[in-house]
Design a binder for this molecule. Sequence first.
Ligand SMILES: *Cc1c(COP(=O)(O)O)cnc(C)c1O
Length: 368
Amino acid sequence: MSTTSTPATSTFEIRRSDTPVPAAERAEAMAAPTFGTVFTDHMARVSWSLADGWHDRRVEKYGPLLLDPATAVLHYAQEIFEGLKAYRHADGSVWTFRPSANAARFARSAHRLALPELTEADFLGAITALVSTDVDWVPSGEETSLYLRPFMYGSERFLGVRPSLEAEFLVIASPVGPYFAHGVQPVSIWVAQDYHRVGAGGTGAAKCGGNYAASLLPQQEAYGHGCEQVCFLDAATNSVLEELGGMNVFLVHADGSVSTPELTGSILEGVTRSSVIRLLTDAGHEVSERRITLAELLGGLADGSVAEVFACGTAAVITPIGRLAGEGFDTTVADGAAGGVTMRVRAELTDIQYGRATDRHGWLHRLV
Ligand SMILES: *Cc1c(COP(=O)(O)O)cnc(C)c1O
């Protein structure tokens, strides 16, 4: 058991499904799930209205939502989400990683999207209640986990343009296999120069569905160029590295120092990003958060002063980048293989998450 103090969590009423998936069917669904296609028996839910505040904290049967066609979110995209994982340790216990950071970011996202802020106690209470109810859905294989997707949307039936006076908060859960089914493989990145994710004063620092909607066309353009992911530049100068559609980015220099784009308000502050900064700093790397131009990166790849590039986020943890292409350039990162610093920090992080290494920063939070 963890001896660190646990943050307060709200109590949820458990309304069990009377038609849970039979054990044999569940085992089959969990054997090799494609990301985001298999869901557990239940979902956690809290409703909000201006008049009553947050109310009706419950876990109920997973199922479709009934939405009036005039529901606010369908028209003006007043929606935010989070992503975190529940990990099963060797002794059978189930843990999550820095959930208070996700709860705090969720509250910041809510503020930016003019949605009601949810307390950390409700955020953690929902996750704890759902994972406890659906604990049999937490897989135990290597690099498997139960992916948790908290989200909130404006649910008022109203077409006027103003913040919704009603909202729904839900958490759904999906068992996921290893992100890289055949071992960690470096990915190719397309640098978008015609499209931007967000601009100054926009919603870049909020985790909202609208940012993803804006990233899909450039993402499609990346596929067209034989790349798996897109990297965005700043909207103001079209020259400064920001991040990928859903991952932050890091450069490892030949002298062992590391740099990552600074938080400007248009970049999402990743929990993985902050954990990686901490682990690399602990390991003696000098890590700077600063302005990095595309020209600097391309120059560094050409003269060898940039030795490794990687992306990071909860879903894939850490993904080596082996190739970088854009209008007028197409270059490998070093020899195109996964770098040593990249793979070391990836192993350190996953060892903590799966309970194989000492959690010296108190990042783990026990759920079951
Ligand atoms: C969620 C997300 C990330 C990664 O954040 P983590 O907390 O590390 O999962 C990075 N960029 C964007 C745009 C995101 O939405």
